[in-house]
Design a protein around this ligand. Sequence first.
Ligand SMILES: [Fe+2]
Ligand SMILES: [Fe+2]
Length: 152
Amino acid sequence: MARSELVEHLNKALSYELAAVIQYSQHSYLITGPDREVFKDWFRDQAEEAQDHAETLGDKIVALGGIPSVEPAMIRQSTELKEMLKQDLELEREALTVYMAAWAACDDNDLPQKFWLEGQISDEQMHVEELEKLTSERTARVNSEKIVLKEI
Ligand SMILES: [Fe+2]
Ligand SMILES: [Fe+2]
């Protein structure tokens, strides 16, 4: 795969990480009511992780001879928690898709980049799964027959 093509994919990923820094930060500022007690810090932790990912991508893009993007992807805004989490899920899914496209475009000469991308993809997949749980798109399937009630 041409280095320029890989850099293009990584720059798209960077634009999603930059959007995530801004979107999660704004959600942390806007969250109010009892949910603020938990979600202010949760949103800020996600913003910090996106910042770490953005820095890794920026360093990687320069290592590959490219110029890191300064353009964030689309930023979604809301003042309501459920809507915020849905917006974050959409953003995480988009970022995951871009990281996977970069991985799929690597050939055998790009194995080190491929291995690095697998770590990133694993992180983004966890973000998607957590947000699916938080938005109730993924529910635990409990086999009631396996629950044993003990009498005291
Ligand atoms: Fe990320
Ligand atoms: Fe993420």
